[in-house]
Structure formats: C-alpha cells, structure tokens
Design a protein around this ligand. Structure first.
Ligand code: CTP
Ligand code: CA
Length: 225
C-alpha cells in the first residue's frame, strides 16, 4: 500500500469529501437520521491526506476523531451540507460523496417540544435537494464520485444513479450483506464506471477501500491530463 501511495500521489490536488449522516430536526429534541457512522468518508479523507492532497471534509454528526491535517467542516442537516459543499466546490478538483444524506425532512419544524396525545401522530415530510445530482449538472472537468447504498437490485440501481448524477464512477454496496454497510469497519463494494464496466471486490476494511477509490481517482486524473 505504501509503495502504491507514493506512486499514485495526489499532491497538488484539492479533494472535497462528505461523510456521515445528515440529521433533520422534528422539534427541539427529536430528529430523523440514518445509521451512517461516517467511517468510509473519514477513511477516504485520511488516505487522500496521506497521498498529499489538500482535503476538505464536510461531515455530519459522527463519533469519529477529526483527522489531523484535514479541514473539517461540521454540518447537521442536508441543507447545511448542500451549502458547505457548494462553498468548497469551485476550488475542488475531486469530489467524493460518501455521506448518507437524508432524502426527506419534516416540512415544518416545531418550535416547542411536541407533546404526546392519545391519538396517532404523523409528520409530513418534504424532499431535500439531491446534492450529488446538482453537482453533476455543474461538474465540468472535475472528478465526481458517488456512493450507492442499496438493499436490492444493487447493480441496476447503481447504474441508474451513475448516469442520472453524471458521475465518473459509483461505489455501490449492498447494505444488507453481512460485513457490508454503514456501521462496521468493513464493506463489500462494486465499482461501476461511466462506461458501465463493473468490478466486484471481496469484503475489505474501509481503509483498503479508500485506497482502491483513490487509485482509481489517480488513474482518471492521468487519463484526463
Ligand atoms: N446524495 C446526495 N443528496 C441527497 C441524496 C443522496 O448528495 N439528497 C448522494 C449520496 O451522498 C450518494 C449518492 O447520492 O453519494 C447516492 O445516494 P443514495 O441514497 O444511494 O441514492 P438516492 O439518489 O438518494 O436514491 P434512493 O435513496 O432513492 O436509492
Ligand atoms: Ca437516498
């Protein structure tokens, strides 16, 4: 790995990584979120730093240690992430969207704690912006990488996402497989590129997956030069 990192340096490149979940408030004490730990995005940020890149990490709420030598921008909601990603988009050469973004948010946030009543209660949700879709529209010659979390029809769904969001490649993982997904230290991924070619990998540590992703980024940069 060390030799490879030296060979495939990202010195001089600016990388924007997103990681972790977003949280959408319901009232002052409650929120909607998902099981994302942030581990995958943080591993990518550390690995990119170690290859000499200038790294900005836009992070949802996680329990992880802030990586030294990485600019960490903390956010809570999807709207916050959207704003910060576009703050740093112009200067970035490479954007890797590992975050698990909440697709919906409560339409209205209650100012005071919602009290229980004897009847049923429901929350009306409204759509959040799709950050990656918006990035894809203005991508230019930047390298744009997404993730796809699926429980079924993995490759079919991931292929739709890569085209719709104008990505260079997508890292697809079946979060219902054992050893894969949001919480653990390992994942089982397939990488699909913009030509539709698919490579499936065995179960690996998230650190190793980060290196694979960055090797691919490096190869893409060389192709574009
Ligand atoms: N993504 C995003 N903004 C959103 C939703 C998703 O930027 N509002 C990004 C994620 O960071 C990820 C990719 O889009 O890189 C795919 O996320 P995923 O949830 O798998 O796909 P969706 O497009 O949201 O579709 P669905 O949840 O319906 O499968
Ligand atoms: Ca989604």
């Amino acid at each position: 790995v060390f030799d490879n990192r030296l060979k495939k340096s990202l010195g001089g490149k600016k990388i924007l990584v997103t990681a972790g979940p977003t949280q959408e408030p319901i009232d002052p004490v409650r929120y909607i979120t998902n099981h994302s730990s942030g581990k995958m995005g943080y591993a990518i940020a550390r690995a990119a730093r170690d290859r000499g890149a200038e790294v900005t990490l836009v992070s949802g709420v996680t329990n992880l240690k802030k990586p030294i030598g990485v600019k960490v921008v903390d956010i809570v909601t999807t709207e916050d992430m959207y704003a910060e990603v576009f703050n740093y988009f112009d200067e970035a050469d490479i954007i890797i969207k590992a975050a698990a973004v909440a697709d919906y948010k409560p339409k209205d946030v209650a100012e005071n704690k919602i009290k229980k009543s004897d009847s049923n209660f429901s929350i009306e949700l409204s759509r959040n912006p799709d950050i990656l879709l918006e990035l894809g529209k203005v991508k230019g010659d930047k390298i744009l990488i997404g993730f796809a979390a699926e429980t079924n029809d993995l490759l079919k769904n991931a292929k739709i996402k890569i085209n719709k969001k104008n990505l260079d490649f997508i890292v697809a993982n079946n979060i219902s497989e054992k050893g894969a997904g949001f919480k653990g230290d390992t994942n089982i991924i397939s990488i699909i590129d913009s030509l539709g070619s698919i490579k499936k990998y065995d179960k690996m540590k998230k650190e190793e997956i980060a290196e694979i992703i960055l090797d691919k980024v490096y190869d893409l940069i060389k192709l574009k030069e």
